[in-house]
Design a protein around this ligand. Structure first.
Ligand SMILES: Nc1ncnc2c1ncn2[C@@H]1O[C@H](COP(=O)(O)OP(=O)(O)OP(=O)(O)O)[C@@H](O)[C@H]1O
Ligand SMILES: [Mg+2]
Length: 258
C-alpha cells in the first residue's frame, strides 16, 4: 500500500461532507474537535475501510481503489492498527502470554527476545513497572495503554496506525509517539491536547460529525508549538511533584514561559 484516500460522506445533520483526502506513508495527522464532533467515528471509518456502509457514508480507497473484501475482513496482517479510546482487557492471560499470543502470527525468530523487548518498551512509557507474570486484567489504565502502545509499535506490521486519545495519564507521550511513528507509517492521532494537536503536519478539524477544515501547519505555528511543548514539559514535572506529595511554594513556571 502506498496511499489511502478518504472520500467525504455526510455530517450528523445529513449534509454533504466536502472531503477528498489522500494520506501517504510518513504522514502524521492530528484530529481535533469538540467532544462528540466525530473524531472517533472517523478513525473507526478508517479502521474498517468504510465503503459507504457506516453512519457517515464515507468511503476509503487503497491506492485509489476500493479494497478487496479479503483485505477488509482479514484479521491477520491488517492494514490498520488501532489504539482505541475505550480499551479494556477481558482475557485471563499474563502479560507474557498476551504478547506471545499476539505475536504468533508474526512468527518472530526469537519469541523470548520479542516478549522482553515489548515489556521493556512498555516500561519505558510508564512509571509503574509491568512484570511478565502480571495478569493483563490487573494492569492499571496507564500500564495497559503502555503495553498496547509497545505491542503495536514493535509488533504490528500495519502501515496505518490510529491513536484515539493519547492522553497524558500514566504514559510518556513523546516516547510513545517515537515508538509508533515509523518512517513509513501513516499515523493519525485524535486529541484534545493542544501540544499534540500541533504535532502533525496537517490537522483535520471536526464539527458536527464531519471534517470542516484541513489545516497545514505553518513555520510560525511550529515555533509556537515548540514553546507550548516546553511549557507542557514543565507542567508535567509539576504534576509529578504534586503526585508525589511535594508542596509548591516557588513560582511554578520560572523562565520556561518567557
Ligand atoms: N457523520 C456522522 N453521522 C452520524 N453519526 C455520527 C457522525 N459522526 C459521528 N457520529 C456519531 O456521533 C457520536 C459522537 O461521535 P464520536 O464518538 O466520534 O465523537 P468524538 O469527537 O470522538 O468525541 P470525544 O472527543 O468525546 O471522544 C457517535 O455516536 C458517532 O457514531
Ligand atoms: Mg472520541
Amino acid at each position: 500500500m502506498e496511499r489511502i484516500s478518504i472520500l467525504g460522506g455526510r455530517d450528523k445533520a445529513g449534509r454533504r461532507e466536502d472531503l477528498d483526502l489522500t494520506l501517504r506513508r510518513g504522514d502524521i495527522l492530528s484530529i481535533v474537535g469538540p467532544t462528540g464532533a466525530g473524531k472517533s467515528r472517523f478513525l473507526e471509518d478508517l479502521s474498517c475501510l468504510a465503503q459507504g456502509d457506516t453512519p457517515t457514508g464515507r468511503r476509503v480507497l487503497i491506492d485509489g481503489k476500493p479494497p478487496a473484501d479479503e483485505l477488509r475482513y482479514a484479521l491477520e496482517g491488517r492494514l490498520v492498527a488501532q489504539l482505541s479510546q475505550n480499551m479494556n482487557f477481558i482475557m485471563d492471560l499474563t502479560v507474557e502470554e498476551f504478547i506471545r499470543m499476539h505475536g504468533e502470527c508474526r512468527r518472530p525468530a526469537q519469541p523470548d527476545r520479542m516478549v522482553e523487548r515489548i515489556i521493556a518498551a512498555a516500561n519505558r512509557l510508564t512509571g509503574e513497572a509491568i512484570g511478565a507474570e502480571t495478569p493483563v486484567t490487573q494492569l492499571s489504565g496507564g500500564q495497559s495503554r503502555a503495553l498496547m502502545i509497545a505491542d503495536t509499535g514493535l509488533l504490528s506490521p500495519s502501515p496505518v496506525v490510529l491513536i484515539d486519545e493519547l492522553e497524558n495519564a500514566g504514559v510518556d507521550r513523546s516516547r510513545a509517539l517515537e515508538l509508533l511513528v515509523g518512517e513509513d507509517k501513516i499515523v493519525l492521532v485524535s486529541t484534545h491536547d493542544p501540544v499534540l494537536a500541533l504535532l502533525g503536519s496537517r490537522r483535520l478539524c471536526f464539527r458536527g460529525g464531519a471534517v470542516w477544515r484541513v489545516i497545514e501547519t505553518s513555520p510560525a505555528e511550529q515555533r509556537n508549538a515548540a514553546r507550548m511543548a516546553a511549557v507542557n514539559e514543565r507542567f508535567l514535572e509539576l504534576r509529578d511533584l504534586l503526585r508525589n506529595g511535594a508542596t509548591l511554594e516557588a513560582e511554578p513556571f520560572g523562565d520556561c514561559c518567557v
